[in-house]
Design a protein around this ligand. Structure first.
Ligand code: SPV
Ligand code: MN
Length: 624
């Protein structure tokens, strides 16, 4: 008997051994055996996706105190402890083999050194704990898009969350060709006390792309632990690069147009900037809210949702603005809440939920009361700003039928949007594909949010809303977008949106629901159903069209004055943005495609010309 089998036989009970061996893939066996040898779990549980096995995971998460049951028997709460309630950029590293350099924008560490740290940190990390082994598929099963993933974790919360968020893949693995590419995920939250990873100072995510393996150590927040989410995205971007497709931080939805027409859009927004809420806008249908794979099939761009659930920000979810989510979170559907407040009657509260703030409850700090402060004297909010809900999509009233279509859906338009107080208009269409890729995708900036550890509200370079996950040199990633549509007869339009434009008194110029109108306008533009005004930065809507859309979809009287303010071309801000972006690429990206500098310079020239003729702030009607 070889060594792998010896380890598995001695560590697994008969039943678990049989479940694992039913997957006839030696690489799978070796990955599990190596993990056992390294992490030394007390027991190993192999999940075969049966109802019983999945229920066992949920029950164990509760029994171990990783999740707390609520009055609604389908609901639980999980706390991530104090230090790890958002993605941590600083401790997320690519392990680069000698000779590789991913460029200054990506955080890297020498691979050998990184793997040494992994060995040290994970050694014995599951001592006294049970290891869970699970099998999933990113994208629909048995499709060109499918990517099989093995997840090993000692967190039953992680295994439970993935049950809601991803397509279960045990049977898929049983029929997988021996040499199929697999992503490998190994997570340990380490020793936990009072729901805090004791070794949180030694936490981190290390991406060993050479071996398609990601290690997550002493971590608790789903964005740092759930292998299939952002950890796999980083591997997928490399796979997509090799195979000439795209792996994106994008929602996928159908915008419903006139006469029951459905047009699918993907949209890239940085975390906490309206991606989920856009994909949920009333009157449309959702395929996915976070991750999309895009491939060219028969001359068309087609997309799939990588996931089958939502790990969404719960702050500001209200009955009025988010009725679909609101209803699901009150239904008899499974949901895991994280970092919210548990009330005395075993319900949950989150920030800005539309009710008076609570006085007492339980949260990530333990027993909570209004005015409670932390060690530094800072007031502890009753829920974290990045508190989340985890649900499956199947409970949503607005779920699109195409979720599991193995060929994906045809993409009619692509949207880029960030949190931008003063530069972009609320919606515009790029002049063409390359112009959209460069001036919208590659030039995206956004103010930081609570989804990432660190201060909020700071304007940051956030190309394609994907910078945190891009795992190849940035210039190459941009070139891949340019090349993606080569040879296509019809190329979908690209749009830029901005929901966060503010006036000089720091008030938002738009209502949260206005995005409904921008979506309907973009849908019409895809089919050339409305005209537009060409400005130096792209095509913007005509007032009359928006007025009608506001009236018919939001029953709102959209005034000419609102339009004039919102759709003013702000030349100085736009020029400053071009300076910032050009500098970033010149100074920090070695392999920037020349087309980026060329198109930004062309845009600068158009803006300077217009400024010479019309001044700094140019109203839309000037360009008619
Ligand atoms: C995001 O922050 O973009 C998310 C949640 O979708 S996670 O990446 O998992 O932190
Ligand atoms: Mn995301």
């Amino acid at each position: 008997m070889n060594k792998t089998m010896e380890i598995l036989e001695s560590a697994l009970t008969d039943a678990n051994f049989r479940k694992l061996l039913a997957i006839p893939n030696r690489r799978v066996h070796k990955f599990v055996a190596d993990a056992i040898q390294l992490c030394m779990p007390m027991k190993v549980f192999v999940c075969n996706d049966s109802k019983m096995d999945r229920e066992y995971i949920r029950r164990t998460a509760i029994a171990r105190g990783e999740e707390t049951p609520l009055a609604n028997p389908y609901h639980t709460v999980h706390f991530d402890g104090f230090h790890d309630q958002a993605r941590d950029k600083e401790t997320t590293l690519y392990l680069t083999p000698e000779g590789d350099n991913l460029g200054e924008q990506l955080t890297q560490m020498d691979r050998d050194k990184g793997l040494e740290i992994v060995q040290k940190r994970l050694s014995g990390s599951m001592d006294n704990k049970k290891m869970v082994v699970r099998f999933f598929c990113l994208g629909p099963l048995d499709s060109l898009f499918s990517v099989p993933v093995v997840q090993i974790t000692d967190s039953f919360y992680v295994a439970h969350s993935e049950d809601l968020l991803y397509r279960r893949g045990y049977d898929y693995f049983r029929r997988l060709p021996e040499d199929k590419e697999i992503f490998w995920m190994l997570h340990s939250s380490g020793k936990i006390m009072h729901s805090i990873s004791i070794d949180w100072k030694k936490r981190g995510v290390m991406i060993d792309y050479k071996d398609n393996t990601v290690y997550s150590m002493n971590t608790q927040y789903a964005g740092n632990t759930i292998g299939l989410k952002k950890l796999a995205l980083r591997l997928a971007i490399r796979k997509a690069d090799r195979e000439a497709w795209l792996a994106e931080h994008m929602f996928l939805m159908a915008v419903h147009g006139p006469s029951n027409r459905k047009t699918y859009f993907t949209g890239a927004f940085p975390s906490g900037c309206g991606k989920t809420s856009t994909s949920m806008v009333r009157g449309n249908t959702i395929v996915g809210d976070d991750l999309t794979y895009l491939r060219i099939l028969n001359g068309k761009i087609r997309g799939v949702n990588v996931e089958r659930g939502i790990f969404g920000i719960i702050r500001s979810v209200t009955q009025k603005d988010d009725p679909v989510i609101w209803d699901v979170l009150r239904s008899k559907r499974p949901a895991i809440f994280s970092n919210v407040l548990i009330t005395e009657d075993e319900g949950v509260r989150w920030l800005d939920d539309g009710s008076e703030p609570p006085e007492i409850g339980n949260n990530y700090s333990g027993e909570w009361f209004a005015g409670k402060v932390d060690r530094h004297g800072e007031e502890i909010p009753y829920a974290n700003k990045n508190a989340r809900y985890t649900i499956g999509l199947e409970g949503l009233a607005n779920l699109d039928r195409a979720l599991d279509d193995s060929r994906g859906v045809e993409v009619g338009g692509i949207i880029y949007g960030g949190r931008d107080r003063d530069t972009w208009v609320p919606v515009q269409q790029s002049l063409d594909w390359n112009h959209g890729v460069i001036t919208m995708g590659a030039s995206l900036e956004s103010e930081t949010t609570a989804a990432i550890i660190g201060p909020s509200g700071v304007r940051k370079f956030q190309p394609f809303s994907n910078l945190d996950f891009i795992s190849i040199p940035l210039g190459k990633y941009i070139q891949n977008h340019i090349d993606f549509v080569e040879g296509l007869e019809q190329v979908p339009p690209i749009f830029g949106v901005n929901y966060f434009l503010k006036d000089e008194n720091d008030n938002y110029l738009n209502d949260k629901l206005d995005k409904m109108v921008w979506l309907k306008w973009m849908e019409l533009r895809v089919h050339e159903g409305v005209g537009a005004i060409e400005t130096p930065t792209g095509y913007i809507p005509l007032y009359e069209d928006l007025k009608e859309l506001f009236q018919s979809h939001l029953d709102k009287d959209y005034s000419k004055m609102e339009y004039d303010i919102q759709f003013t071309t702000r030349v100085p801000e736009l020029l400053e943005k071009i300076d910032r972006i050009t500098n970033i690429y010149m100074e920090t990206v070695d392999d920037t495609p020349q087309v980026l500098f060329d198109l930004l310079e062309e845009q600068r020239a158009r803006l300077v010309d217009a400024q010479g003729e019309h001044g700094d702030c140019i109203m839309a009607s000037t360009f008619v």
